[in-house]
Design a binder for this molecule. Sequence first.
Ligand SMILES: Cc1cc2nc3c(=O)[nH]c(=O)nc-3n(C[C@H](O)[C@H](O)[C@H](O)COP(=O)(O)OP(=O)(O)OC[C@H]3O[C@@H](n4cnc5c(N)ncnc54)[C@H](O)[C@@H]3O)c2cc1C
Length: 483
Amino acid sequence: MTDVDVAVVGSGPNGLAAAVTMARAGLRVEIHERAGDVGGGLRTASLFDSEVVHDLCAAVHPMAAASRFFREFGLTARGVDLLHPEISYAHPLDGRPAALAHRDLAATCAGLGADGARWRRLMAPLVEHSEGVVDFMLSAQRSLPGDLTAPALLAPRVLRHGGPFHGFATEEAAALLTGVAAHAVGRLPSLASGAIAVMLGHLGHGTGWPLPRGGSAAIARALTDDLAAHGGRIRTGSPVGDLRELKGARTVLLDVAPKGFLTLAGGRLPDRYARALARFRYGPGAAKADFLVSAPVPWRDPDVGRAGTVHLGGDRATILRQETRAARGVPTREPFVMLVDPAVTDPGRAVRGRRPVWAYAHVPNGDTRDPLPMIRAAIERHAPGFTDTVLAERAVTAAGFEAYNPNYVGGDILAGAVTLGQSLLRPVPRVDPYRTPLPGVYLCSASTPPGPGVHGMAGYWAARSALRREFGIRTAPDLGPAS
Ligand SMILES: Cc1cc2nc3c(=O)[nH]c(=O)nc-3n(C[C@H](O)[C@H](O)[C@H](O)COP(=O)(O)OP(=O)(O)OC[C@H]3O[C@@H](n4cnc5c(N)ncnc54)[C@H](O)[C@@H]3O)c2cc1C
């Protein structure tokens, strides 16, 4: 039994954003988090060595740097140092120099040769109108914006890069953008992956793909500090098994996936809504490796060692094939791998010659295979000798991710397949996607619009909906740091 205005279940970035928004509106808020630590996808911890910390989930934050919630919240003003690599992301290729997305658009175009002008035409208008583009992409997706510049810029680009005819002349540019499209973790190409490619791709040349100094937990800390300063409470080690446990709260916000909600509701949902939730589709899984290494990754192309994020998937055709196989549930020994060597961007992450390396592979949902051999092989292909630098390592299988966090069903770290239908209508077709048929109960996780990533916007929009409907508060609360 709880005696607060608002109970929030789950302390991922969306749960925290929802809690902060409600507390800033003057309400008494309490978060229940099943894990022993707050943050959900924003946890940073030492794994092998007390001095070197690893990001257990998210590591790189293009969306936290750009989203409306975090712009208003003011991460930098609260001491979260967003560090920018000189090269946002790199894409090693066999037998030739890697393709590089510098933060500087002109440098990127200069490196892409015959495709330089095409890359500029694709990215420059989006960079110029980035705030509008981000606000449109991270909206609650139920109304058209007053200014149609963003959709007008996005529509032709998403259609082109979500389809088979991308129009690039070189393998470098085609692979570079396909590596970004692969962040959609699903069948490729697809319109949803095209949207992710242009959204994340242009941010690489704008607000950037930064890493918070010291790891992602810095973002969670800023949010929990603000919540505490406004009277909010957090109970960790507090799993909620049934909504009836929260009876004393006037409103409940759930940072959980549809599968978790069905359990929490325990048969009290109307049949039609429950059936729609049960039909919600989960995407392929992620299987992760955490390494403690004795040296920077020995990339064959040294320019890759200046990048914050590295995409290991080979040429475009290979990425399309491997991603589509994983989406169909077919295991492959050469999956797409994402890698971050955080000390490249944040040298303080390396302590006395030891540093973390974060990498994960896209695999079929529920995959129980140990990803370490596949991930090591993917790195060795472009960084021979990497294995010799490994001092310690651990794996989290796709199935293991669900045990770690029930929102990652079958290891789907995006909390729902990123298809066009589910991007527009997650979790179920409904005018207000956050409101549920249970009085006062709202969903606020990445399974609701605008979907996955650390942007806080699902939590923010769910909180705004609850403020309006349950408390009659229509004005957006001030989220900024105290002056
Ligand atoms: C390996 C990995 C790498 C990633 N990399 C990036 C990246 O670099 N950049 C990026 O932007 N995004 C990344 N993501 C995705 C990002 O972390 C998620 O999209 C984001 O964390 C979703 O936020 P959320 O608040 O919806 O849910 P989560 O962060 O998943 O948090 C949900 C929380 O709810 C808790 N919970 C669930 N059920 C209950 C219950 N019944 N009772 C109490 N507590 C409960 C869970 O323990 C968890 O703490 C990554 C994710 C993973 C796993």
